[in-house]
Design a protein around this ligand. Sequence first.
Ligand SMILES: *[C@@H]1O[C@H](CO)[C@@H](O)[C@H](O)[C@H]1NC(C)=O
Ligand SMILES: *[C@@H]1O[C@H](CO)[C@@H](O)[C@H](O)[C@H]1NC(C)=O
Length: 989
Amino acid sequence: MVSMRILSTFAVISAFLFLDCEVESCQTTISDSNRRDCSPWSGTNQASCEARGCIWCPHETSGIPWCFFNDHVCPSLIADGEKVDCHPESGASRESCNNRGCIWCETSTPNTPYCFSDPTVSQGGANCPSDISDHERIDCHPDSGSTEDSCIKRGCHWCTSSIQDVPWCFAPKTTGYTLVGDVTQTAKGYTATLDRKPTSSWYGHDIARIQMDVEFQTNSRLRIKIFDPSVARFEVPLNISSTSAALDPLYSVEFSNSPAFNIKVKRASNGATLFDTSLGGLVFSEQFLQFATKLNSHNVYGFGEHEHHSLKHDMNWKSWGMYARDQPVTHGANLYGVHPFYMNVETSNLAHGVLVLNSNAQDVTLSPLPSLKYRTIGGILDIYMFLGPSPENVVQQYTQAIGRPVMPPYWALGFHLSRYGYNDIQTLKDTVNRMRAFNIPHDVQHGDIDMMDRRLDFTYDPVNFTGLPQYVRDLKNEGTRWISIQDPCISIGEPAGTYRPFDLGQSMDVWVKESDGVTNAEGRVWPDANVYFPDYSSTSCQSWWKQMSIEFHSTIEYDGMWIDMNEPASFVTGSVKGCYYNQWNNPLYKPRVYGDVLADKTLCGDYLQSFGSHYNTHNLFGWSQSPVTQEAVQEVTGKRSIVLSRSTFPGSGSTSVHWLGDNHSLWSNLHYSIIGSLEFNLFGIPFVGPDICGFGGHTTEEMCQRWMQLGAFYPFSRNHNGLGWREQDPGILGAEVARVSRESLEIRYTILPYMYTLFHHAHIDGSTVMRPLFHEFVTDTATHAIDRQFLLGPAFLVSAVLNEGKTSVSAYIPDARWYDWYTGAEVSNSLRKSWTTLPAPLDFIPLHVRGGYILPTQQPANSTMFSRLNNLGLIVALDDNEEASGDLFWDEGDTKDSFENGEFDTVEYTAVPGILTGITSNLGYAGLFGMEYETVRVMGLAHYLDITDVRVNNQQHNLFTFTSSTGVLDIVNLTLPAHEDFSITWTAL
Ligand SMILES: *[C@@H]1O[C@H](CO)[C@@H](O)[C@H](O)[C@H]1NC(C)=O
Ligand SMILES: *[C@@H]1O[C@H](CO)[C@@H](O)[C@H](O)[C@H]1NC(C)=O
């Protein structure tokens, strides 16, 4: 039942007292409906009204105020100190203020809002029901300019709210569809036919009858597909299917037709509701689709790509737009990729994930009910749920559906150096020579667009970079690989017959078309002339791009490809001609994304690609470029490679890796880089990292030193810099920065066998590499919001300094035994499950190893070409039961599909009290033969007074030290063959 609040604010009393007034006697230009009551109290008369500076003008219609503000001045009596800001975000004007039903008064009093709430309105009105709380509201007017009138026209409710960002115009709970007949069972689940409830339209072209198919795809995966059964709409060409219904699902579903049709998904084990659309708000029209769901808890992670300031989302009515955009990293902006995926850690500490597989411009609003509202302007609502129940399970199930992460080559785990703006080869050589001089590991050098001839793809500058092809070969011989950048767009300005990428592309007709399907879309990016946009969804374009990539390799023998600008970016809006004004370029609802129009910095929505209109496929541009680039690079190098893509979408991780785009040399960006990297691990792209030391802006020695320490532990470790900024390679900022960079990277190189094995698990099982603490300690709610520390895999904890001038870190010690990386000493047991302060002088980064795990290591070197020749080691971190385990995946490092072809070795390590064993299996790769373990460190033996006897494969081994104060046993000078099983025992005789 809806109980209406009574509108009680108009000066009805004054009407009673002054019945004899002359109605015609007053003169005002303010219309009846614009009268704002200046005296909602009884007893007002003309004198008291005019004393307030208001206009007295009796009216014969009851309800219209007689005493009202002269709207041209300040229409309020509220004292400055009592004004409640109605427009806390910037950009308030008299008009936008009045549109909110608020009052606009300009004042010179400091810290006083010009736009403030009107207490006479905030009590509600005739259109304001009381049965929907502020936080239950579903925005009925997500486009701007909502007024009470425009709201009521949509059949929605209008109530003010004093809570920031709560919509004032919101949908009745009955908004949505109603069931036709019954929900019927199908081979895979259920199907329901739904008819739209008769209400006003928000954006027109509502689809009267829709269908909801519920598929029990696997025991952990559920699909809810809402679509138009009579007209095919765009669907993302990513097939996530199953042939029959799961037999023993972790979930159950319930349907209800009241107040509108809704679905609930519950966890079978505990009955918890995970997804619940009973708030209403289901809209399915041609260019506006929406659903709202209650969430199980406030622990929400994911959605991208954005600069989030916390890993765990702020649920206070925050909205995030998603539309691939060439946008320097900015809080609140939609960035390069689109990932409509979130994870929710439930109140029971079990976790599930949800993907909305949709590639249109879209946005999501998170609110504290907790709930979320998802809106998109095309395609269908194709919702996949992953039931976990652990956070890692969620990512494993998600990547099983969208594609497991690509296995990077071993060398890609080394350190990368890059900058835009070396500008000439001597500067590049000087930079590389600094790396050599300081002996800083350097596995990969990148070449950005300044190395191209006039920014033309598949060229190099023969003047400023003369000799580059030979230099690349020289670097590779020394152990430093090369990655070349390519932008998608191709210059059309070169004389015919002189620029093959254009000539061949033209003859193969590989370009994105304007809406006529014939004219090539023409935009503008880095080259001097205009460009065409390759349509990577067409097979002719794929062959052309592959051909060009392969041919370029005979010029620059690159090992990997960096594909930038593939949102796709353009420096003009839509095209050099602009865009037509139509429903695709100017949809009635523009999701909350940057730019006045969707075509801002990209193509027009009505342009055409092989797999659909740009309107539908914009977010798939980079996604469609990655697989063919990966194929090309593998074909021409004959090796496993990496394709580093700026724009990504669900599934991109199976062919490409990612960096976090154009960040800034700001201290805050150290923190945000951890959040962004953890999010991409959630999105199935574990090989990720930001530009160490920042892309834009001048770094400082201290910042870059701290960032190199932290950056040594990103899955993708690359220092990259923008044009014109101060040099920031680790050799340029002084001997101290160089030393600290080398030492941090040497720790990375030491644990590369462990990291490489983590990538193997990501590739095979879909687990994360860089991992939030809550993935490992989910039952400890204190970990749920931690995003300044992170783990590599389950066992390696990084607690870097992220602030200027700090020489300590406030760190959480999760519930396990932990050992200091450097000394092997155990973190005091009393600190478990608590925050502590770790000392961290400028040249030190706190690192800890978790009890219960065994990490394979290798002696570091200046590149993986040399480190892979060095001896192995093991770090054994014992748990409470004096046990530990771990494994090693080892292969050639860059052979294609080594796992799939069985060309690898694995070793399983197990420790129980007093005994460590290694058991090899598979042995499909000969490279482990001839390698040896040289050292084993066992940590966690402080309860032994001494260790007097160590045996290796039952033979006494005398070369060891035991430090009783720390409980660390270091066994050295081993010559244990890595391809054989072994056992090592230690005892106190
Ligand atoms: C070539 O190098 C010179 C000297 O470093 C520089 O001034 C010039 O801008 C460079 N040209 C290009 C095209 O980058
Ligand atoms: C890298 O180190 C190896 C030894 O591990 C050495 O032979 C080689 O010269 C070094 N390379 C460079 C470029 O410094």
